[in-house]
Design a protein around this ligand. Sequence first.
Ligand code: ADP
Length: 430
Amino acid sequence: SSGSAGTSGTRFDLERETELRFEVEAGERVQLELLSGLAEVFGSELNRNKKYTFGPGSKIAVFTWQGCSVSLSGTTEVAYISKDTPMLLYLNTHVALEQMRRQAEKDNERGPRVMVVGPTDVGKSTVCRVLLNYAVRLGRRPTLVELDVGQSSVSVPGTMSALCIERPADVEEGFSVQAPLVFHFGSTTPGTNIKLYNKLTSSLAEVFSQRCEVNRKASVGGCIINTCGWVKGSGYQALVHCASAFQVDVVIVLDQERLYNELKRDLPHFVRVVLLPKSGGVVERSKDCRRETRDEKIREYFYGFRATSFYPHAFDVRFSEVRIYKIGAPSIPDSCLPLGMSQDDTQLKLVPVSPGRDLTHHVLSVSSVDDDAEVGAGQSRGILESPVCGFIVVTAVDTQAQVMTVLSPAPRPLPRHTLLIMDIRFIDLK
Ligand code: ADP
């Protein structure tokens, strides 16, 4: 059965509490229009008679509480209506969280801190988006904490961040990211450096708690924490660590009973652990698909949404102008560690990187740390705890001239001169 909607547009009539699911084919675009009734995409309301465009690879659900008619034009890979969605359960969860916010308001307490967990491709980010949208639509100011270093919805991959949500997500572009707090992690899986991952989780929790102390709305709004799909071994331990660092009140486990039971066993009894089903609409993404999404996210950082809004700059940076570090030395056997040093120390160590040709295409975070901050032998204090103020990509290295050419969102000079190297590469095809 072909989901091709043709160019004129195909009309879909949806009954209440059903959703239209569609996927956009590679190289295609699909336009969606709400003809009548009310509908939302992942918790953001659609405006009537406005055309929304979705790019290649988009996987979308248009849900309606009341019933609606929509039209789709362009080539979809699939397009079908489903009556079987967990949206009512997600709404009930939102209602319970809102109850907690009201209570917090009354008792001068803090609002709910929620952690969303589950294996990959169960719709964690989507559930976060729905819950945040519903909260902000009621005038709340929840914070999104993004710990998924592989597929961040806030910043480039390889980062961990927090974003105060002030308006519903744009249907096409997602949440607007003004002034997020971003930390450099450096790779797309927490396992590369679990010590650093846990440390940055703690840093984010600390900053969030400080903000809650001075900002009542942020405190009542609480937070929704999106996590990685790695739920075994150290990945599981990282979830337990996160729950304690943020002092979460609620954990939403999507789709995995074993994980649910483990967390119920291991978290303090006052933490409410809830098991929710995943939506049948969530599509499993291939490795390639994930890589493309990551690439797209980096491209978006430099060129803006659909590569149309920003004009990045290319300029040369002398090696002598910058200091480049990698966080974490390769681990060495315990027996070889110098006296008094632990593996923790090696994972959090700053290792100076001498610029060479192998820097080409790497993404570098520009640390906000003071340029003249002392960085002693392997001392990382200050740099690890400092947020990132932007990213550059090395597009060429000239070892003879001792310069590298970089792609940067802003013209020269670099705002700061301490750079942290990511494992992640980006090839700018523009
Ligand atoms: P996770 O965070 O668990 O990896 P996501 O929330 O990113 O999963 O969802 C995976 C993909 O499925 C995303 O592209 C998302 O847009 C899509 N998706 C989520 N829910 C639905 C749905 N109900 N119908 C169609 N696509 C969906």
